[in-house]
Design a binder for this molecule. Structure first.
Ligand code: FES
Length: 358
């Protein structure tokens, strides 16, 4: 099913994508790029709040998929996203290796509420914890915080494997010229030579950093963005040292998506019918952001599964009715047979889905 772009006004029942011309693809690190888009007349639809993301509807070689990336441009500029290549990531490979200026991509407008508007009603200290490409929403928040009305203070702890992997290094150095922003790079390969700069962020370390760099004279709020293990470590550390702290976590592994071709109201759930051993069980109103395997887990329906990563194929099912979209990278040689899907890799794209596990 190809991606299509519409040019009707956005509404909840029919999410709109806009055709955007790729204006520039600039390399940020060896495995990441900054993509600048020109939405033409639709530019106004891409004005965004800090930490918001846009969703791309991508026609890759073997499938249509949806991927969300955070906007990192200044509010008045052309939309920009930063994409890092991930292992077996078909979409990230497309962005980092195949995309060229002049290409047209269908993009849904910004969404997300990571950054609470009330933060800007008074001066806050923002503590930002990012790992790898998790920097993207926090870079946007840091830049916003330095321009916002109140004189926010910002402390960014940014973890990477090595200095080569730091995205937006130059831009962060420029931002750090402000006395209101401090940036600490934490590098797995031994650090930058500065204090606090080497090793991993474990809960004890997070607690120590907050105790040292916290500014309790201001209301404080923490934002976390990175893989699940990183988030858990930071959250545990913050809970230990500042249990009352307002903490907002952004997981790029669990981003909701909009299906531009689906005319249904995305707020409504999906009915999933699962046939197993000749018996049909039903899940009514399953949330659309869950994979089919997660929806079955929540409903207490056992679906065979092992890796949950698209590798073992134990969750393979025949798709008898309905449509799904891929939620993760799929290994080329191990695509399921025609008419079949991997329940751990697919999310609903229609109101009704019927699966056969037999
Ligand atoms: S659980 Fe292994 S491929 Fe889905």
């Amino acid at each position: 099913m190809p991606c299509t772009a519409t040019d009707t006004a956005p509404n909840a029942a029919s999410p709109t994508t806009h055709p955007c011309r790729v204006q520039q693809v600039r390399r940020l690190t060896g495995d990441s790029v900054l993509v600048t888009l020109d939405p033409g007349d639709a530019l106004q639809a891409f004005r965004h709040e800090p930490g918001q993301r846009v969703t791309f509807c991508l026609d890759l070689q073997d499938r249509t998929c949806f991927r969300s990336y955070n906007l990192v441009n200044a509010p008045e500029g052309l939309p920009q996203v930063a994409v890092k290549q991930v292992a077996q990531g078909g979409a990230s490979q497309f962005f980092t290796q195949d995309l060229r200026p002049g290409d047209i991509l269908n993009v849904a407008p910004p969404e997300g509420d990571l950054y609470p508007a009330e933060v800007d009603t008074s001066t806050h200290h923002l503590m930002l914890f990012a790992a790898g490409s998790g920097i993207t929403p926090l870079y946007s928040i840091a830049r916003h915080a330095l321009r916002a009305g109140p004189d926010h203070r910002v402390t960014l702890f940014y973890a990477n494997r090595s200095a080569r992997d730091i995205m937006f290094r130059k831009e962060l150095d420029q931002l750090a010229a402000s006395p209101r922003l401090e940036v600490f790079h934490i590098l797995g390969d031994g650090g930058t030579g500065e204090a606090h700069s080497s090793g991993r962020l474990c809960p004890d370390r997070v607690a120590g950093l907050v105790a040292q760099f916290g500014r309790p004279s201001f209301p404080e709020i923490a934002f976390i963005s990175g893989p699940k293990g990183f988030q858990e470590a930071v959250q545990t550390g913050l809970r230990d040292v500042a249990p009352q702290l307002d903490v907002r976590a952004f997981s790029f592994g669990r981003q909701p998506y909009h299906h531009p071709d689906d005319p249904t109201d995305l707020r409504h759930g999906v009915d999933i019918h699962i046939v197993k051993n000749g018996v049909t069980r039903h899940i009514f109103g399953a949330p659309r952001h869950l994979t089919l395997l997660e929806a079955a887990d929540h409903a207490g329906i056992e679906v065979p599964a092992e890796c949950r990563g698209g590798i073992c194929h134990r969750c393979k099912a025949k798709l008898l009715d309905g449509r799904t979209v891929s939620s993760g990278p799929r290994e080329e040689q191990r695509t399921p047979p025609p008419g079949h899907i991997l329940c751990c890799q697919e999310r609903p794209a229609s109101d009704e889905i019927t699966l056969d596990l037999d």
